[in-house]
Ligand binder design. Structure first.
Ligand SMILES: O=C(O)CCC(=O)C(=O)O
Length: 274
């Protein structure tokens, strides 16, 4: 379900760019929702949407604001969480055991500042909840982030990473940062492109400095179904009726044995003749 070229690129770099994966009308709708909600304090947001980290810490003028749980508040987000291009890769990389962990639409005003480098493999022992393995012609990753660019990104702004750091052994020097130049890399991206990366990749973001529009990007995080991330990030019982049965199942944890019905359904859609 990933092409040989995608597997090669993902293994080498820790990310792959799925060009033009999101329909234009959905991109426009997500931007419209994000900018509308961003004008509001948390108390006026459609429940259960809320600012990541709480309003006091996460809604600071001039800084990036992440609005979470948006898949409950508008169908465009729940549809995109199960976008077939994203699912094609997430199912493959999790060995058909996915769990949608968390959503956030993020708004970055001009001058938002850099988002510091985080994650990256260090040493030989790997955390199974954020693992990366390759062997037997396969690639396996247990924690993935689908970063959907909702506006065109000029060179040198937005998502950046250290390609290959998902397989690093040494921690980068303490002085190394987003402004260190090579090997920092900022993949060029247009609205509708998805940068799908393993969370084991060292990544961050370069300050948004565009005059014409703020940066808007949507992040969906997926793990294996048998992992957990943080308490309280599974399907919200009070809002369960706002998402489809398929998405609710994708969001639910599931033990190591067995396979989610939604996985069989998506696999069938992806390869209807098998
Ligand atoms: O802004 C980006 O492109 C990266 C965001 C990120 O790394 C995060 O939210 O953890």
């Amino acid at each position: 379900m990933m092409t040989d070229e995608e597997k090669w690129f993902f293994d080498l770099n820790g990310f792959v760019v799925l060009r033009n994966a999101i329909p234009g009308a959905d991109v426009e709708r997500m931007v419209e929702r994000a900018l509308k909600w961003h004008k509001l304090p948390d108390a006026q947001l459609p429940r259960p949407v809320e600012t990541y980290g709480g309003e006091a810490k996460g809604n600071v003028p001039g800084k990036m604001r992440a609005l979470c749980h948006v898949e409950y508040a508008d169908e465009v987000f729940s549809r995109t969480a199960m976008n077939r291009e994203i699912m094609r890769c997430v199912l493959y990389l999790t060995d058909n055991s996915p769990q949608m962990l968390m959503s956030a639409v993020q708004i970055y005003p001009k001058g938002s500042g850099d988002l510091g480098l985080h994650n990256g493999q260090v040493g030989a022992i790997r955390n199974p909840a954020n693992d990366y393995q390759v062997g037997d012609g396969r690639v396996f990753a247990t924690f993935l982030n689908a970063a959907i660019m909702l506006v065109d990104h000029p060179a040198g702004m937005g998502f950046c990473c250290v390609p290959g750091s998902h397989k690093a052994y040494f921690r980068h020097p303490p002085t190394f940062n987003t402004r260190s130049g090579f090997p920092i890399y900022c993949p060029p991206a247009k609205a509708g492109d998805v940068i799908l990366f393993t969370e084991n990749l060292t990544h961050g973001a370069l300050s948004w400095e565009h005059d014409a529009y703020p940066r808007v990007a949507m992040f969906f995080r997926y793990s294996t179904s048998y992992a957990t991330w943080s308490v309280g990030w599974n399907v919200k019982p009070d809002y369960r009726h706002l998402v489809s049965d398929d998405l609710a199942e994708l969001m639910a944890p599931m033990p190591f044995q067995g396979r989610k019905k939604v996985v069989d359904k998506v696999l069938k859609e992806l390869a209807p003749t098998t």
